[in-house]
Design a protein around this ligand. Sequence first.
Ligand code: IMP
Length: 191
Amino acid sequence: MKRLIFATNNKHKVEEVRAALDGIVEIVTLAEAGLSGEIPETADTLQGNALQKAQWVWDRTHTDCFADDTGLEVDALGGAPGVYSARYAGEHCSFDDNIDKLLAALEGKSNRSADFRTVICLIEGGEPKYFEGRVDGQILTERHSNGEGFGYDPVFMPDRFALSFAEMPLDVKNTISHRGLAVAKLAAHLK
Ligand code: IMP
């Protein structure tokens, strides 16, 4: 089976993506590929960051690989936090710090529309290709959680659902989520 290195240190993502690509490709982690260290992520777009991370692996291995980058884009905040979603409340901040900052920024605003967008960059034979997934929804006024998910999940309710991402079983989230849709496009390409 074809092997692809996934340029992430996030075990949760590796599990999610392995499940989605089961039987299509073998996903190799950075550790399994003998790579360690911080992968740079300094671009100012999701596409730029995904390319930067995948290119970092390609330059060291010359093996086909991919990386993803995700942002929460809030309409009333001009698309923020976007590419800075992980460190919205500062370097080394927690998911809770980010949610607190987001809820404060939206306090009193009636437009709570937002989307999650994921861009995957696949490098095959040195050539980058991009796959994008997006889910639209609303930012809730407070946390709703059953303990599922991570990040902004407790305050994001996708359109056509009455549950936040943090209240949904993971398999349901994966069928409609930004990353799930982007990975499905990657899977269709690889098949
Ligand atoms: P990454 O590029 O996938 O690491 O995502 C950047 C940041 O976006 C994460 O640190 C999270 O705060 C947020 N994020 C990404 N995916 C999700 C998700 O599925 N649910 C909630 N937050 C997410």
